[in-house]
Design a protein around this ligand. Structure first.
Ligand code: ADP
Ligand code: MG
Length: 767
């Protein structure tokens, strides 16, 4: 018995090929055929992978191939070539010189391993190899024949040059035609046994292949006779070049790409080993093998991602222990007792989650998510009250001054009667007063500081800061979390967001946060009545706004922004404001305000304030209002150009109304007549649950919409999909099991996995 699997495989291959020779190369040496057999051999197959074409070839060609492989096996002492180091630069591949190196670098391909992980965009099915006589018009086929005649001539139309070839095998003849590829006449002249792949057309006198792919070496089918990969390219690279290099790389290096999944993990999920997966990613035996390869890479990617998340969370916990909070029961009762309402079930669960976190000696990292109006502030107030009761200080940060002022008012109402001192520090607070407040904060006399995120910068001035609440942070990224932590104090952290996060994203982008969700609105709140308004009824919408304003309410007219195009939207909001104040609302012109992201911070705050105070009755705006405004008197929101936006974002916008006791309305205007698009918008008429809408967005529009393009790009997934909940969950489970068994991934079996995790953690987006 030998332990060398490659030598064993070589022996087995020789035995099978000799059996083939004896039986007339009819592919009977092993049930299922030689192609299937070799495909199942995984990383030890080496140069034997050439046999993966075997079953498809005609007996004569099989014979050539079998003899070639047998000859190799006879001369090579090591059996099939052993893997070499795939981390070498791509220039180790024959034919890849400095120019090619530069072009490949544009695709982020620097090493052979990078090349092997370059994912085909799609595959062309040229796997049906037929005798010429059976090449029926309309079919995609590969034929193998001799070039009996070939010539280049000008086309009748003039400018184009045409190459025409007659291809023949024993069964018949077919015409092949190419345009503007005169060199082909030279490449192919007099060649025998060439494979041509393409769709058969019927021409005037004959059947014809137009611009077929060709393959000169039918023993190593790369461009024809199989599922042929089609790659993302860059200027100066051709599919043929890339395929040729890929084929060399697969043959010589696939076996040396480190395996990140153990045999047990692969078995549990029915996944191929890495060498097999690489081979079937580029030159798949069939579609089933290709799909299995893609599944393997997706799973491995997610596993590494989850391990990185767990690792980072671990590092945080260990490097920066938190300070546990003693929660006093009577204080808790006092807080509940003086609330003007009963907590919803969701709020009660969320408060419990938070208090449990605060009791621990590692800092809380919790995200509280819930639709606008679901009552997140009360949860924050409960937490702040609890820590103050144990002698600590807290901070709550909002994205705008107006919102900070609102929080200060709410928190004072809830907490001042309980002896908690709440202070507001924003740009609008006079400098002298601010100085006094910070002095008192330093002394520990102020218990809760409310402000914008500028507070982070001042957090070092707290005497005993132990809870930071960050409000409306739906794009609360890894970086910002790190920034707060980096201030040294390492307080417990509660982020609040009205953007519902689909479960898949909760496990990936937000995978290192614990999450609490408020899924119901406090009792008695009526959902915002939403209607889709066709363009020709815009006048009706304006009339409706007018009636609401006349009965004392306020209204928004919104032009939501597309990321990165704020200037464009600022212009359309500005123009629309002009149009409305001269036209439909000319008589109310003084009460129509304008708000957009291009305005200075102070100008924005001024407008928001005067809307809050009721001086502005109609606010024309871009989607900057998404997070900035909370006005219970506002009862209508008109959203223009709604078709350009995700459902969750539209839902957020409509959450700006319906915050008070008045029945509120959302009118969606769309510029498109596309029925599917408008049907998508109509879901808002019936669906009022942000989570459902976010899940639908993720399916329809991908993650960019839900978490921002930058963050979804930072995920860097090439194979994994952020909508594939079951794979994400199973990767998470596996990651947890692995870390439990081997926290440092120190086991030699986990070496390459551990290296992959380290590589991910050192990428920019993670730091
Ligand atoms: P959001 O989650 O959007 O931040 P808020 O915390 O601003 O929501 O709460 C919205 C409104 O609902 C506030 O006026 C608040 O007083 C009220 N509210 C919160 N919880 C309850 C409750 N359990 N019962 C009744 N009203 C509540
Ligand atoms: Mg809020």
């Amino acid at each position: 018995m030998t332990a060398d699997p490659e030598a064993a495989l070589a022996r087995e291959a020789r035995r099978l090929l000799e059996a083939e020779a004896a039986a007339g190369f009819n592919d009977s040496s092993i049930p299922g055929g030689l192609s299937r057999w070799i495909a199942g051999q995984g990383q030890h197959a080496g140069s034997l992978t050439r046999l993966s074409q075997y079953s498809r070839l005609r007996p004569r060609t099989r014979e050539d191939l079998a003899r070639a492989v047998l000859a190799d096996l006879g001369t090579s002492h090591a059996g099939p070539s052993r893997g070499r180091d795939a981390d070498q630069p791509v220039t180790v591949l024959p034919g890849v010189g400095p120019t090619a190196e530069k072009r490949l670098a544009a695709l982020d391909i620097r090493t052979v391993s990078n090349l092997l992980h370059h994912r085909p965009r799609r595959y062309i099915d040229h796997s049906s190899v037929v005798p010429i006589a059976e090449a029926e018009p309309g079919r995609e086929v590969t034929i193998i024949g001799d070039v009996v005649e070939i010539r280049a001539r000008p086309a009748r139309s003039g400018r184009v040059r045409v190459v025409e070839a007659a291809i023949a095998d024993k069964t018949g003849q077919i015409l092949a035609v190419w345009f503007n590829q005169v060199y082909l006449a030279k490449t192919l002249r007099g060649r025998r046994n060439v494979a041509f792949a393409g769709r058969v057309e019927s021409a005037a006198y004959d059947r014809q292949l137009t611009s077929p792919e060709y393959e000169l070496d039918v023993h190593r089918m790369v461009h024809a006779g199989r599922l042929v990969p089609v790659y993302p390219l860059t200027r100066g690279l051709s599919q043929r070049q890339l395929r040729r290099w890929m084929s060399l790389a697969v043959d010589d290096y696939a076996a040396s790409v480190p395996e990140t999944l153990s045999a047990a993990q692969r078995q549990a999920h029915g996944l191929p080993d890495v060498a097999t997966a690489i081979r079937n990613l580029h030159f798949p035996v069939d579609a089933v093998a290709q799909a299995a390869a893609a599944r393997r890479f997706a799973f491995a990617e997610l596993l590494v991602y989850q391990l990185a998340i767990l690792r980072r969370r671990q590092t945080w916990r260990e490097s920066q222990p938190g300070r546990p909070v003693q929660i006093h029961r009577d204080a808790l009762a006092a807080f509940g007792g003086q609330l003007p309402f009963k907590l919803t079930d969701g709020q009660r669960v969320a408060v419990t989650d938070v208090l449990n976190d605060l009791r621990r000696d590692r800092p809380m990292s919790r995200l509280l998510q819930g639709d606008v109006g679901s009552g997140k502030t009360v949860v924050a107030a409960g937490a702040l009250h609890a820590i103050v009761g144990d002698g600590w200080q807290g901070a709550i940060m909002a994205p705008t001054e107006v919102l900070a002022e609102q929080h200060a008012a709410t928190l004072r109402e809830l907490l001042t009667p309980l002896g908690v001192r709440v202070e507001l520090v924003t740009g609008s607070v006079p400098a002298g007063e601010k100085r006094r407040i910070w002095r008192d904060v330093e002394r520990g006399d102020v218990h809760v500081v409310v402000g914008t995120q500028a507070i982070i910068q001042r957090s070092a001035r707290f005497a005993r800061l132990n809870l930071a609440v960050v409000d409306e942070q739906h794009r609360f990224g890894v970086q910002q979390r790190g920034e707060i932590r980096a201030k040294g104090y390492n307080p417990h952290l509660l982020a609040m967001s009205a953007t519902p996060i689909p479960r898949t994203l909760a496990l990936t982008v937000y995978g290192d946060l614990d999450i609490s969700a408020l899924r119901e609105l406090p009792g008695g709140r009526r959902p915002v009545k939403t209607s889709f308004v066709p363009n020709h009824r815009r006048g009706d919408a304006y009339a409706f706004i007018r009636r609401q304003v006349e009965s004392g309410r306020q209204a928004f007219i919104v032009f939501p922004i597309i990321e990165d195009s704020e200037s464009l939207n600022a212009r359309s909001a500005t123009e629309e404001h002009k149009r409305l104040t001269r036209g439909a609302f000319a008589d109310l012109a003084d009460a129509v305000g304008l708000l957009h992201g291009r305005m200075s911070a102070t100008a924005k705050e001024r407008v928001m304030r005067s809307f809050r105070d009721g001086e502005i009755r109609i606010l024309v705006s871009t989607s900057v209002i998404e997070v900035g405004i909370d006005v219970p008197n506002a009862s209508v929101i008109v959203i223009e150009g709604a078709e350009r936006f995700g459902l969750a974002q539209l839902h957020q916008l409509r959450g700006r109304v319906g915050r008070g006791e008045h029945q509120s309305y959302c009118l969606l205007m769309s510029e498109t007549t596309d029925a599917t698009e408008n049907a998508r918008l109509r879901t808002l008429q019936t669906v009022h649950d942000g989570f459902t809408l976010a899940e639908r967005d993720l399916e329809l529009r991908g993650p960019g919409d839900v978490i921002g393009t930058r963050q979804s790009g930072a995920l860097g997934f090439r194979f994994a999909s952020v909508t594939d909940l079951s794979t994400i969950q199973s990767a998470r489970r596996h990651a947890e099991a692995l870390v439990n068994a081997d926290p440092e991934l120190a086991d030699p079996e986990h070496r390459s996995l551990s290296a992959a995790v380290a590589r991910l953690l050192t990428r920019n987006e993670w730091n």
